[in-house]
Design a protein around this ligand. Sequence first.
Ligand code: GTP
Length: 435
Amino acid sequence: MTSFPAPAHAVQDPGEPAGPRVLLVENSRAYANMLAAELRDRLQLEVVAVSSLAAAREALQAGPPFFLALTGLVLPDADPSRIARLLVGHGLPIVVVTGVYDEATREQMAELPIIDYVLKEAPDTIDYLVWLVRRVLSNRGITALVVEPPGPARAETSALLALYGFRVRELGSGTDGLEALATDSTIRLVVVEHDLPDMDGVEFTRRARQNRPRDILSIVGSATGGGAPRIARFLKHGANDFIGKPFSREEFMCRISQNVDNLELIGTLQDLATRDYLTGLANRRHFFDAGRRALASSRDEPVSMAMIDIDHFKHINDSHGHDAGDAALVAVANLIGAHAREGDVVARFGGEEFCVLARGLDEEEAVAYFQALCGSIAALEIPFRQRVLSLTVSIGICHRAGRDLYALLSEADRQLYLAKAAGRNRVALQSHVPA
Ligand SMILES: Nc1nc2c(ncn2[C@@H]2O[C@H](COP(=O)(O)OP(=O)(O)OP(=O)(O)O)[C@@H](O)[C@H]2O)c(=O)[nH]1
């Protein structure tokens, strides 16, 4: 096995400035233009394309750092290994994109920390590269935990994960690994060795799964030997995948990437199911789930349920067009979201209607809280094509204890009707809190 030092910037410094940049070293201008355009369009990345070793050196010295380099091997001023060594020397993870890939080149490159070799002529190469770059970019937001006693095998696994962009944590025992999982929510991937000093990797997996389900955490078991029964035990006890040691870089990269892809796909599907597409707020369905949970834990304390409805919204659509209506909905949603306190449940209930379930406020505080929101919305100036839109909302509040979400909503809705009837741009409250 070959052990690589972690690339200097693969473990992210939280203070690093945003704006990910990719360096593309490619002597065919046509190919460079095509690939750079795809990366810019599909991933909104800044791509710096150069066609020689000298230009690559210059680009590395000027401007903010790159997070990844895609490089060809045939350049007018360098042999294949020189460009690769230059990039590695700058701590850059590399993807080699080449038309030539023979045994001699493979041997020259084998010792270098290279994420992948991609043959230009292979079908779907551009799509694959876009996927790979997106994968490395997303990995930077994920902490990967390696649970394995210290040694060359752990160093190898960690170095590969760092090369793929993950933030890496290493722990030597199952107990420490479980504690890290309980306290660090950025850990989304665990690679766990079977032989641990205090429990085996299968037991670790079983315990980790008790409160970290598959939509939150991906677990990959790993072992030397043990055969099919060991693999089956890992999978039966909650591992997403298994990788036998020694593994090839390619296999490791594919398995890890597929597992993290799946995790993100689940996240995307959950987001689609629970988020309102236009405003990004939670949708009605999510509000019912989160609202019920909030009521169940409110221990019979009074809560404030508010229905918020934009006044004469139809008029905005009719006079300025549907796009203006959408812009207004987004602006109001942003303001409600920004006004919310930690623990408030906020959603777009439908159309031009929003709702907020707030806990921990007495009646007076609830009125002040929603009056402030009502005032901020009335003061909002919404820029829309050369014009500035303004609007008001009416808010109905039900302030009382209760476990029945529908009953609270229905009373808040009745109060909303009263606020509209009393002239709009105001708050109406009904309270049933015993004195
Ligand atoms: N632009 C836009 N309009 C929407 C959307 N959802 C609902 N609407 C419009 O919201 C308007 C709601 O109008 P009404 O229910 O008559 O209420 P209103 O005009 O706000 O009047 P009051 O509530 O009585 O103050 C309708 O014209 C809907 O077409 C949306 O997602 N985008």
